[in-house]
Structures are given as C-alpha cells and as structure tokens.
Write a new protein. Structure first.
Length: 497
C-alpha cells in the first residue's frame, strides 16, 4: 500500500462531467477533458491492497486491480499499463463502458464508497497510448495455422488479438462497413468516442490481424465454405436478435427498435449522413426499456432536440442502498443510478409526465394508438406491482410520435444463413450450444460472447474472447496453450443464490 491510511483520509472523487448545457450541444464524451489524471493518484491510494481482493472475483477478467492501483499511486505508469494489459486487451473500452462489478466487490464498499477502479483503469489505458506503453505486439514467428473470426465486437476483437499474438494468421469478418460491432454503431459517441476504437484497431493491424468489412458470413460468403478455408472458426456475432413488444398497435409507423435508431445517429457522427432518417428532433419520444440501451437512446434523443423524452422501466424504482439480504456484498446490486443521459434529461426537464430523470418506473405498455395515416401518436401504459400485475385505475397515455424499443436481445440472428449453413445446434433459449471447451457441434468451430452466453456486459465479452482464444490455440497446436483463459463457458456473475 502506498498510503496505508488513504482509504480513511481520502474521499471518493470521480471523473467530473461537463455541464449539461454544454455537452448536449455536441457528441463529445461527457467528461471534462484532462480532469481525470489529477484525481487518479489519490484515488489509487484508497485501495487497501486486500489480502483477499474480491474485486478479482467480481471481475471475470481477473484484473490485477490492487497491483496497478499501487503502481499508479507510485507514479509508475509503464508498469501499471503492463499489469493492466496482462488481463485486459481493451481497458479503454471497459474503463468507459463497463458498469464496474469490480467496484461492487471492492472490500472498501462494505461500508464506504468503493475505490474508483473504473476511472483508474481508464487513466492507465489512455496514458499507455499517450506515452507509447502499448505498442503493437506481433508474434515472433507464425504457426502456419489460420483462423476466421466472425464478428468484430469486443469478443471477436479480443479473440483475434490473442490468436494473432500467438502466431496464428487471423482474419476478422464483419458484416458492417466498419470494425467494432456494437461499440461502433450501438454505443453513442458521447459514451465512447470512436477514436479509441480506431486506435486499438490500428494496433491490431500492425500486429498482423486482417479485417474483412462489409462481409456477412451466411449471405455474402457461404459459412460452410469458409469453414473449409480455415483451420478454425470463431463465431462471435453477438446477440443481435432483438426482443419484440407484441401489443396492439405495434404495426403503426414510428415504432422502431433501438438498434434501428442508434446506428443512424452514430453514422451522422461518422460523417455518413447529415441527418438521421429517424431523428428525434421536435418529436415526442417514448423509450420502452429501462436498461443501458434505453439510456443510450435517451441521451441521443436529447442531443437531437426531441420535444420530450420519456423512458419506461417495468421494474419498480430501486433503492439507493444495497439490500443486504437479496444482494449482499460482493454481488452487483440493483441500485438507483443516475447515468449521464438521465442527468441531462432531468436537468433539461425533457419528460414533464415522468420522474425528474425522465424515467417512469413500474410502467408496462398496454397498446399504441395512432392517427388516420397510421402513424403512432400515443402510448398507453399502466402501472404494475412487484409481480408485474396491473394496478387498477392506473392506465394513462403519453404523447408519442417516435417509440423506441430497448428490450434487449434473445440470441444470434437465425435469418442470415450462418447457423443453417454450418448446421449449428442451439440451446433452448436460442443461443449457440457449446461444450466446456467453447466448441460447437461442428468440428473446428467455436462460439463465444453474447451469441453463446446471451446478452451480457462488455467485460464478460472480452473475457469470453480471451478464453475462446486459448481453446482455439489448444485445438490448433494439439497441446497446452500459453494463452490465459479467465473464464469457462458456464461461469456466471456472482449472485446470492
């Protein structure tokens, strides 16, 4: 420990956000540029260097958090970057996008605010690139084996980087025109500027990874033929089959899935479009779904100049303190959290009919109604109790001429031909079936990430990519792998049950 009393004398301080009125006028990241680094040394000092650090257990990557906290507190950024990258290929992504289950598992969090692990991680990652501590790491020799990775989200990229560094020749196939998956077209620019993604892709190109964009395996390329061209195939397509809302009026114009809406806004930021065809400007927007994707839609609609924005969450409003019986430390608790988007909506008063942060909790959609032209105009909802039963007399309607469905995803897309052409088996819930070694029923084909695990967090996606890379390496070499495997395919986050 650099400061044995740091956790007693130093309060938690997080990376400050820019003023709401300023940041909603642009698409830059919400944080004050340059304001993080001065905070990080004292915040790293708050780490207690626990003998049994539960932050390790809470993080599926097994990040060596006390080690790099100590190194940062001693101003040894090079060593901190080495220890951080030893377990995480893309800490600049997780430092911005992960909800930080490590902080929920921090021993200090038993009775105090946790160490700002996520902020320290982000600072190390950014400093590593600025100071040249994260150079490309091409292999010393090639194995002569080839691997196709289908999908360029965090799982696919992590698997590709690990396998490339192990000496295999790797090609990543991506159906979109740019690499990145949901990080490219799902995550808004104000949460993570795409320059961070481009920087890491550049590193991977320099290491030897090949990228094939605009190529949908199953449609543009026959999946079975691809399998015969490579020694191994990793399917990391993500869970792209979105959940529907089967209520009366769903067929009305103006009701869209979140992943129809968010990519268009990202394409505006990329310079592909001047204005999104689904822009929320001047419209009354209702978002159905209380998760992170819904919050991303909220922040996007605010920046586009919506007349009003309301977000519906079928769950009741959570408390501000951990329920020690249902969600004891060190599990990740469901708490009332104020994201940047909710802070913006609250301060700007975007939803006069909702709570201060634009959310309506314990609200269930009954139906939609529209005008004579078949366009949606109203969303009818009802309050529900903890068992999701309608509360009598609570029905009401919200004005809505743009409705966004952010209800999550059920598994990989079954319509693109990939699953059928390879003859892949599925689990009952619609995800790809695999064994304890990440292998599917098709020899030489492996499955990882949300396509097999189901919808999950970015930190689990990267852990899956690293673990499947070790499995593929063993398959290709016929022996033990030197690549780390932080999780198994059946591992799950800690729960009290």
């Amino acid at each position: 420990m650099a400061d044995p009393k740091g956790f007693l004398t130093t309060p938690r301080r997080e990376w400050p956000r820019r003023p709401v009125e300023e940041r909603v006028r642009d698409w830059d990241e919400v944080y004050v540029p340059g304001a993080l680094l001065p905070l990080i040394g004292p915040q790293a000092d708050r780490c207690m260097d626990c003998g049994v650090p539960f932050c390790h257990e809470a993080c599926p990557l097994g990040n060596l958090i006390p080690e790099w906290n100590d190194l940062v507190s001693r101003d040894d950024w090079r060593a901190a970057a080495e220890r951080l990258h030893a377990t995480n290929n893309f800490p600049e992504f997780t430092g911005r996008l992960c909800p930080a289950p490590c902080e929920a598992g921090c021993v200090l969090a038993i009775n105090q605010p946790a160490v700002t692990i996520k902020n320290v991680e982000c600072a190390i990652a950014d400093r590593a690139f600025e100071e040249g501590f994260a150079p490309p790491a091409p292999p010393e020799r090639l194995s002569g084996r080839t691997v196709a990775v289908i999908g360029s989200g965090p799982t696919g990229l992590a698997a590709a980087q690990q396998l490339t560094r192990a000496g295999h020749t790797v090609a990543v196939y991506e159906r979109d025109d740019r690499i990145g998956g949901l990080m490219r077209y799902g995550i808004p620019e104000f949460k993570m500027e795409k320059r961070h993604l481009e920087r890491r892709i550049g590193q991977m190109r320099a290491e030897g990874t090949k990228f094939r964009t605009g190529t949908a395996v199953g449609r543009d390329v026959d999946a079975a033929a691809l399998r015969h061209r490579y020694d191994a195939v990793v399917i990391a397509t993500g869970a792209t089959a979105w959940r529907e809302l089967p209520v009366p009026g769903r067929e009305l114009t103006g009701i869209h899935q979140a992943m129809e809406y968010l990519p268009l806004a990202n394409r505006v930021c990329q310079g592909d479009l001047e204005v999104s065809p689904l822009s929320a400007a001047g419209r009354h927007v209702v978002i159905v779904g209380g998760g992170d994707t819904g919050a991303d839609c909220l922040g996007t609609a605010v920046r586009e100049g919506a007349a009003s924005v309301t977000q519906l969450d079928i769950y009741g409003r959570p408390g501000t303190k951990r329920d020690e019986d249902a969600e004891p430390w060190p599990t990740y608790p469901r708490l009332y959290r104020l994201s940047a988007a909710h802070e913006e909506a609250g301060e700007l008063g975007t939803a006069p009919s909702a709570d201060a942060d634009a959310r309506l909790f314990a609200a269930s959609t009954l139906r939609f109604s529209g005008d004579a032209d078949g366009r949606v105009r109203w969303l009818h909802l009802v309050e529900v109790d903890a068992e999701r039963r309608a509360v009598p007399g609570s029905e009401r309607a919200l004005p809505a001429d743009l409705v966004l469905l952010a209800l999550g995803f059920s598994g990989p897309d079954r319509e693109d031909g990939l699953i059928a052409q390879l003859g892949l088996e599925l689990e009952p819930r619609g995800t790809l079936a695999r064994d304890a070694g990440f292998a599917t029923n098709v020899p030489g084909v492996f499955a990882a990430g949300d396509a097999a695990r189901g919808q999950s967090l970015i930190v689990w996606a990267i852990a899956e990519g690293r673990a499947v890379a070790a499995a593929v390496d063993r398959h290709l070499t016929g022996g033990a792998s030197r690549l780390p495997a932080p999780i198994g395919p059946y591992d799950r986050p800690m729960t009290a049950r």
